[in-house]
Design a protein around this ligand. Structure first.
Ligand SMILES: [Zn+2]
Length: 133
């Protein structure tokens, strides 16, 4: 992958103030174009799925409220998703890390953006938080 640099990342958990661990990960730094493209793709995916669900709801459940709610929701959620993905400046690699709370190996989910990047530990369900080091 292009523009991937070994970057120090602070690994902590959200709920308690524990000393954070610094790990060096091959973080992919996104440029402006990549950020715009990624957020456009994401918002269209979300809007597409919701419009599809809205259409299916009209076919299978003849309740007018369902699609009356889903269509405006799609057009509200789309830009929100776009904005949230656009804020991600980096993409984290799919790497194993020791969980800061239980030390079990946790895998960073594919395509996780930052900062901060958050995901749950499979073993102890702690919210692991990654920040730029
Ligand atoms: Zn854990």
């Amino acid at each position: 992958m292009k523009n991937t640099q070994p970057t120090p990342v602070r690994v902590g958990i959200m709920e308690r103030r524990r000393p954070e661990v610094v790990a060096t990960l091959d973080v992919r730094h996104l440029n402006g174009l990549e950020r715009a493209w990624r957020s456009t793709k994401r918002s269209f995916a979300v809007m597409g799925v919701m419009l599809l669900l809205g259409n299916l709801a009209v076919l299978f459940f003849p309740i007018p409220h369902v699609h009356l709610c889903l269509f405006p929701l799609a057009f509200v959620l789309g830009p929100i998703i776009a904005f949230m993905s656009w804020r991600d400046r980096v993409l984290l690699p799919k790497t194993d890390l020791p969980c800061p709370r239980c030390q079990a190996n946790v895998t960073i989910p594919e395509g996780l953006g930052g900062w901060p990047a958050r995901f749950n530990c499979d073993a102890c369900a702690a919210m692991v938080e990654l920040n730029a080091g």
